[in-house]
Design a protein around this ligand. Sequence first.
Ligand SMILES: *[C@@H]1O[C@H](CO)[C@@H](O)[C@H](O)[C@H]1NC(C)=O
Ligand SMILES: *[C@@H]1O[C@H](CO)[C@@H](O)[C@H](O)[C@H]1NC(C)=O
Ligand SMILES: *[C@@H]1O[C@H](CO)[C@@H](O)[C@H](O)[C@H]1NC(C)=O
Ligand SMILES: *[C@@H]1O[C@H](CO)[C@@H](O)[C@H](O)[C@H]1NC(C)=O
Ligand SMILES: *[C@@H]1O[C@H](CO)[C@@H](O)[C@H](O)[C@H]1NC(C)=O
Length: 561
Amino acid sequence: MRRYRLPLPTVIAWTFAFCCLASAALSQVPTTATNVTLEHLDPTLPPVLATETPPKCSVLVLQHVFADTTGEPPAVANYTHPPECPYPWPRVVLELSISASDVQKDRIAAVWFDGAELLRTATPLPMAPGTFWTVQKDVTRYTALFRLLSDGGSPAGVVSMMLENSNATLPAKDIYRRPADIILPVSQDDGECGSGFWFRIENDTVVPAAVIAIPRNTQRAVLEVFVSYHAHEESWYANPLQASYDGGEAYANGGFRQIYATVDGQFAGGHIPFAVIYPGSINPYLWSPVSAIGAFNLPAYEMDLTPFLSLMLDGMPHEIGIGVRDSQPYWLLSGNLHLWVDAWSDAVTAGVVEHRAPPLKLNRHGEWRNSDGGSEINAEGVVRFSGWVSSSEGNITTTVRQKVKFRSQVEVQNRGAITQVEMTNKERTTITMMKLGQQTTARVQVFVETPLQLHKSRVTAMGGAVFEKARLSHQLQEVVNLNENGQAIGFGALTDRQDAEGSVLRREGQEQTVWGSGSTRSQYKYRDGTTCYLRTLTAVEGIVKADTTSASCTSVTAEEA
Ligand SMILES: *[C@@H]1O[C@H](CO)[C@@H](O)[C@H](O)[C@H]1NC(C)=O
Ligand SMILES: *[C@@H]1O[C@H](CO)[C@@H](O)[C@H](O)[C@H]1NC(C)=O
Ligand SMILES: *[C@@H]1O[C@H](CO)[C@@H](O)[C@H](O)[C@H]1NC(C)=O
Ligand SMILES: *[C@@H]1O[C@H](CO)[C@@H](O)[C@H](O)[C@H]1NC(C)=O
Ligand SMILES: *[C@@H]1O[C@H](CO)[C@@H](O)[C@H](O)[C@H]1NC(C)=O
């Protein structure tokens, strides 16, 4: 992720396990933390709560030591699911246990299964040698990939994992009730040869695409896109509108980006990315040992492509593209196309009803002189896609409507000594399914709001010492509502909030810190019809001072009151 300097010759050991659960459960694979001291944490909803029964079985998929991986292909392993746990599985959890034996920079890593990405994650930047951490992700929705083996197809799936090198440089529950039948990667198909399966995006003029033929009986399609940002884009949310040069490199294009998808070149939906703050960004002491929101499991972005199925049901290959609006070098993207097929017919028919996709109305305003100035970007828009699919389930029209309101302000004063960033994004996406000739309708509503405030100041003292202070508050709020025939049938609400402040001392012109301090308060609160989960963590000077978890709705309600 970092821009310069070779990675330190460090050794990272990864353990990685799948747990096929016969009943809802928590996998408990012990970390191989032999020579490690400090655990890094990312408070999120555990894929399986502690009150549920343990997993039926788990299998170690890959164990690997990563060091300087420059130019190295991903680590690979063959995977076969455990014979004592045949398909179907009520739940599958991916667990990644990692230990780092030395101080190293933060890096981006990904895990793929036959080229389909399962996880994008960042590694912490430890403040002292010896650290370990665990990432758990509910991967039940990828069952179609793990299941293939039991059908007597290929002998084994191939699991690949790659650490993006340093020198080149939601937690909401699944809204689709059952996992897809087929998952097709939208990624670089020769990824195992060294570059990884991700597409590298350097600007908005080239939209990389995968050429994909889908079954003619596909009745629902959802594209999921994983992203991470690097080099000049590592903190895109704080980029000025006009290029500012740091070490001869240009940070520019302002604090707005949009991830989008295309079908045969036609815009098919987009999202403004959540600004995950990397472990080495702003002040690394803020993120040790509690990582920034989303850092261990970077959010993926979903586009419902069902309204576009009529373009793709001819059995011929079509281009599914993924891009980043206003990007500079560089972003790493890869996607998965989730497909649900009609089990009762070989082919379905489909048509377009509406494709209304005016580009977001962007209003950019900037005034810069050398490194100082201010930029403001406002983005607003509504898109609406609608299409019908006639299958054995009936003739169902799917309408996707998305409304976006975004604002970014970046101000730099005192010859670059003071930076202030304010950003907020509000997105409301509604997916409606209506069956022709019947009253049945189903509706999914997802509302996301992500305010970010950052204040940084820098004082350069005599002798080339640079003292930096930072204060930040950041929140990811997501509310999902499921509705059937006008009746609420499901609900989920997440509020993940962090408030952090701290200082670092550096030598002028050096990235490495001489000294630092930080305190971070995190509150992760998830609530749905049956579950309440609240975790509050306070870390001061690298030590967890308070860590409370509550599964009681009453205490959550009391806290809210
Ligand atoms: C940790 O590992 C390093 C290098 O392998 C070794 O020198 C050191 O003694 C170990 N520390 C402990 C506490 O085992
Ligand atoms: C995976 O299995 C294939 C076929 O049996 C074999 O050629 C390959 O070497 C195996 N890969 C690994 C990493 O074990
Ligand atoms: C990383 O640095 C090495 C050594 O300077 C160089 O050979 C390699 O090409 C760089 N990797 C990338 C992806 O730029
Ligand atoms: C855009 O990126 C591509 C590589 O993805 C590069 O070949 C092309 O020159 C770039 N265009 C501009 C205008 O920078
Ligand atoms: C499905 O319904 C749409 C209108 O909602 C209609 O235009 C289309 O002809 C119907 N398709 C079939 C195969 O009945």
